[in-house]
Design a protein around this ligand. Sequence first.
Ligand SMILES: Cc1cc2nc3c(=O)[nH]c(=O)nc-3n(C[C@H](O)[C@H](O)[C@H](O)COP(=O)(O)OP(=O)(O)OC[C@H]3O[C@@H](n4cnc5c(N)ncnc54)[C@H](O)[C@@H]3O)c2cc1C
Length: 415
Amino acid sequence: MKTDVAVIGGGPAGLAAALKASEQAKVMLLERENELGGILPQCIHNGFGNFIFKKMLTGPEYAHHFMGKVEKSDIDVKTETAVLEINEDKTIVATNPSDGILEIKAKAIVLAMGCRERSRAQILIPGTRPAGVYTAGTAQRLINIEGVMPGKRIVILGSGDVGLIMARRFILEGAEVEGVYEIMQKPGGLTRNVVQCLEDYGIPLLLSHTVTNIKGKKRVEAVTVAKVDKSMKPIKGTERVIPCDCLILAVGLIPENELSKQAGVVMDEKTGGPVVDEHMETSVPGIFACGNVVHVHDLVDDVTMVSEIAGEYAAKYATGEIERGKEIKVVVGDNVRYVVPQFLRSIDMDNVTFYFRVKEEDKNVKVIISESMAIFEKKERIVKPPEMVKASVPSELLKGIQNELRIDVRGKYEK
Ligand SMILES: Cc1cc2nc3c(=O)[nH]c(=O)nc-3n(C[C@H](O)[C@H](O)[C@H](O)COP(=O)(O)OP(=O)(O)OC[C@H]3O[C@@H](n4cnc5c(N)ncnc54)[C@H](O)[C@@H]3O)c2cc1C
């Protein structure tokens, strides 16, 4: 089989990339589940689409807008199709129940495989191995799609957004939530979710705490929680046993990049995703990436916007219309943990949006983008590690750049 652009993953990133690419090229969209939408069909809370649609949609509503457009397009959609292999020459090996093994030769590929949750094995909680330990996303799927309650008395470990949203969801479904325990000194999720999902429902959030043991033979019967010191080690004598029948883990998301690595793209160890330029093209010419496979996003609107760029330029690559200039590296400076894109190659768009996260919370700071001198500054009232920061820089300010570009978050501005 042959196509101009093959998009792998049918979540919001893949849908937006496929739709945009289909304006210029022949597109195939490959999704391993039996429906499109990615994580969104199970996110039945609202909070999606605030920027793009100027209203708070639910996940399914947001996904259906794009799924409807895909249905009307001439994109060749293959669901129940898991991609097993991508080679550097852009040959894709996939499998589905009707075709068996498929070999697809694409001129360009968009990686949009999303991310997965960290599990108990990755955070090494000791104790027995009973039923009743779930990741937050699995619990969300069980409740919202399968109609099954994973437990009645819940302890949540980790205060990432998925855990916060599930704390509220359990209460709404009549379960008791004993508390959300977070190893760090600050919550891991968005402030809006701490307020709307915990504070509004009186659910305790215990910072600098972790789970040190799980008890129970067949089913979880209790967990032990303890305070941790500054180096995140449990403090002796602070242990408490909390009876419960379910432990929910919301301990982080990891971009799903086994295929990307196989295709030989250079990875960024800070984001866990490929390094990309401003067109979302990876280090392998013609392989693009977007959405949570690149770095974990807070808001789906940002996923849609960058994925449209990936789709547009993947189509341009496939039809031979892409030009690249000198490579300019984007370097992380003061109080910046990572930045995407990691390098610039063309600067042929109206503006380039840099997405980044800070290392530490700070107030009334300036985002400064500089070569040898500052070329762009932006004020931020507050920056926090869980909340992605954006800076859209007009391309005319970037055009003369010869060397590295640096992003710092520092200095104070007068209020
Ligand atoms: C619980 C939760 C709550 C959220 N709440 C909000 C909110 O309130 N507001 C908001 O704006 N955003 C929210 N988000 C964030 C937003 O949903 C995500 O940023 C967005 O869904 C990411 O889109 P994606 O397409 O990159 O990934 P996904 O939605 O994860 O889609 C990836 C797709 O790729 C497919 N795939 C993976 N590997 C393969 C393969 N090998 N072959 C074929 N297919 C493959 C997967 O099956 C999946 O369908 C939330 C996210 C979660 C998890």
